[in-house]
Design a protein around this ligand. Structure first.
Ligand code: GLC
Length: 442
């Protein structure tokens, strides 16, 4: 796992630029700051003295790392009067989204706290599904400044905070160190090496990624077009997707997905299929988020323990690029237990919760000081690398919009039709441009 550092530095140098603004992070600054928490059961003594037993429901997508269970146990030890029931949601972020929309639009209080994808807060704020967190943040002095600014901003809409970050995701190229020491630096090299190395070390595939028609495909699309200089929207939120750069990136993605070195059913691959094939030792290279380090090194599940390292994603003409992902803690606007829900959010997004998430789940914290914590550093080699943190700033956000689901659907449909050979990249770029312009004008 030792080449990690240098390689990561290269492609990811800018990956958190937006986020570095707020990196002053002192230790212990937030999760334990209860001094002004007058209107809620903030700390242990307050909780105990109130003595009221409350059960809240916490919903997250499928967790293959065990980190959610570890966080819940830790939280319940800190708050003996609050029982947290775990509700497992689908692993596909789009399916999770749709289930929450169904629940919240009927004003259901069946769940209290949930993990929201970084692309949801604007929509959930506008639709009035999420509880504003500002009064809790102020009352408890929760230290927003300890976090990278990007994820904090992702939870802010119309000047108010609707979500607090749990972790940040950027994608990486996983590679098998027992097969190669020199991972590909460009997409063309990836294609060459995947073809040449497929079958080595008992692998079946050269490369695996997420090509199913869902949100993960959008992240693959956004990052590969960015690596060729393309983008969906510009800094003024104008749609600029119909460009030669987008077309080039999309053609490269189609070339990879249509090759013989990927699984025949790659069009059904999401993160979970990628992870399963990867830890079974089926592929030389894989694209996935940092959490797959945890599964790769899990002695019980993985047959590639000690044979995995991580590099930046391959570069296009413009360099290496990763989509910006990540998850936020949010409270259901219709919860019957806002104070206890806040306690859970404060724990999860605070130092203790993020630290457990980093150690057990190998999720990249948004609290910068945690990267100096020896236990966090030891848990994932990636986290020891200062450039990894800096690198996160180059991650490319998806468009921030209350109608993001529509934008995402347009991308998913048009890109999928290129991958299946039903239309050309030129046609897709043209269609995306006109459909997005129409959706945004409404
Ligand atoms: C990861 C990212 C999330 C993204 C999803 C796509 O969970 O954190 O932001 O939307 O993958 O599948």
């Amino acid at each position: 796992m030792q080449q990690t550092k240098k390689l990561l530095l290269l492609g990811l140098l800018s990956l958190f630029a937006v986020f570095m603004v707020a990196c002053s992070g002192d230790d212990g600054s937030e999760s334990e700051t209860n001094d002004t928490g007058s209107d809620n059961a903030s700390d242990e003594s307050a909780s105990e003295s109130e003595g009221e037993e409350v059960t809240i429901v916490y919903a997250t997508g499928v967790d293959t790392t065990g980190k959610v269970q570890a966080q819940i146990e830790e939280f319940m030890e800190l708050h003996p009067n609050i029982t947290v029931d775990y509700r497992e949601m689908p692993s596909d972020t789009g399916q999770q989204h749709d289930q929450y929309v169904t629940m919240f639009s009927s004003q259901s209080s069946e769940i209290d706290v949930f993990n929201g994808d970084v692309i949801w807060p604007a929509e959930f704020a506008q639709a009035n599904y999420a509880l504003e967190l500002d009064r809790f943040i102020e009352a408890d002095g929760f230290d927003l400044e300890a976090h990278f600014d990007g994820p904090i901003q992702a939870g802010n809409f119309n000047g108010r905070q609707w979500a607090l970050p749990l972790y940040i995701d950027a994608s990486f190229l996983y590679y098998r160190t027992d097969i190669t020491d020199t991972p590909p630096a460009t997409w063309d090299e990836l294609i060459e090496q995947a073809e040449a190395l497929q079958g080595e070390g008992d692998t079946q595939f050269g490369y695996i990624t997420q090509a199913s028609q869902y949100e993960g495909l959008v992240t693959n699309f956004v990052e590969i077009i960015a690596s060729y200089g393309g983008a969906v929207v510009d800094e003024n939120n104008e749609v600029v997707v119909n460009s030669p750069e987008t077309i080039k990136g999309l053609e490269k993605l189609a070339e990879i997905v249509q090759s013989d070195f990927v699984p025949g059913n790659i069009l059904n691959f999401q993160e979970i299929e990628t992870e399963n094939a990867w830890i079974a030792g089926d592929s030389v290279f894989a694209r996935n988020w940092p959490y797959m380090q945890s599964s790769s090194s899990d002695e019980e599940r993985s047959s590639v323990v000690d044979n995995v390292d991580i590099a930046p994603l391959p570069a296009g003409d413009e360099g290496s690029s990763s989509a910006l992902g990540g998850w936020m803690a949010m409270i259901n606007r219709y919860t019957e237990h806002p104070e206890e829900s806040w306690e859970l959010v404060k724990y999860l997004a605070g130092e203790e919760g993020q630290k457990t998430g980093a150690i057990v789940g190998n999720h990249a914290p948004t609290i910068e000081s945690l990267y100096d914590d020896p236990e966090v550093q030891e848990a994932a080699p990636l986290f020891q690398n200062p450039q990894f943190v800096e690198g996160l700033s180059a991650a490319v956000p998806r468009p921030v919009s209350p109608i993001y689901p529509e934008i995402s659907d347009i991308i998913q449909i048009e890109v999928s039709q290129v991958l299946t050979g039903e239309q050309t990249a030129e046609q897709a770029a043209e269609n995306m441009q006109s459909k997005m312009e129409a959706a945004m004008a409404e």
